[in-house]
Design a protein around this ligand. Structure first.
Ligand SMILES: [Zn+2]
Ligand SMILES: [Zn+2]
Length: 257
């Protein structure tokens, strides 16, 4: 099959013929129809994700059609249109038991520590598949588990967003800006939630610079119930904890760097 392979950090992906590994009993083969490019893929490509070993087929935001399944797979059918959960977790450790699967001690993420969707085909555990309806395009379905569900869960559980919440979303990528608004709409309706959207970027290596239209970012920040950080710049974080947040909630969602 054809795949985009990261062979060396800091270098472009190499499109080449590779062998699809043998399908395991609990896996399905997905014929990839759409695959997103996430900022995290850039971190991976530049060697900033220490758990990644090379060569790697990246791609953790993808969707496709199930074309084969292992002998122990009964819950997924061939021909299903599916999207894919990124984290392959053990289901047994104390974090999995608590539902905190993103902290699983033996997690292997698709497109990080195991092959991802930047290929014609990929084998993944059947438990990581989510069926999608005919009305949802492959392109939209591809980004739901990572970019949409991460933000939604962060807003709902950690952020405790509800009617009347004033919320600052820091960072204006797809995850934060776009899906943050959608999440707020689902949880409380646009009319009842103030969403403050800021663009933060780093200047040099150590100093964050923040724009907020003509307002002063920190002055506005005093009234927020919650900050959702999608930049994950350490210096920004340190500054955040100096703030006097009314409810003291800060939800980190970005990939740290
Ligand atoms: Zn991502
Ligand atoms: Zn686990």
């Amino acid at each position: 099959m054809k795949a985009a392979v990261l062979e060396e950090f800091g270098k472009p992906l190499v499109i080449k013929e590779v062998e699809l590994p043998q399908l395991l009993d609990d896996e399905v083969t997905i014929e990839v129809k759409a695959c997103g490019l996430c900022l995290t893929d850039i971190h991976i490509q530049e060697g900033r994700v220490p758990t990644v070993t090379l060569p790697l087929i990246p791609g953790h935001e993808f969707s496709g059609v199930v074309i084969a399944k292992g002998s122990k797979v009964s819950q997924v059918q061939i021909g299903w249109r599916v999207t894919v959960f990124v984290d392959v977790v053990c289901g047994d450790c104390r974090y999995c038991a608590l539902g905190e699967t993103s902290r699983c001690i033996s997690m292997k993420r698709i497109g990080f520590e195991r092959s991802g969707g930047m290929a014609e085909y990929v084998n993944i555990p059947a438990k990581n598949v989510q069926r999608i309806s005919e009305e949802v395009s492959f392109e939209k379905a591809a980004v739901i588990p990572d970019a949409v569900a991460s933000m939604y869960r962060g807003l709902k559980t950690m952020g405790q967003v509800g009617v009347g919440t004033e919320l600052a979303i820091v960072g204006v990528g797809g995850l934060d800006g776009h899906f943050g608004f959608i999440g707020c709409q689902r949880l409380a309706g646009f009319a009842k939630v103030w969403c403050w959207l800021y663009l933060a970027c780093r200047v040099g290596h150590h100093q964050p610079r923040v724009w907020c239209g003509h307002r002063d970012f920190w002055h506005c920040g005093q009234r927020m119930h919650c900050f959702v950080d999608c930049c994950a710049a350490l210096i920004w974080y340190c500054s955040l904890f100096d703030r006097d947040l009314p409810r003291g909630i800060a939800t980190p969602l970005g990939h740290g760097h």
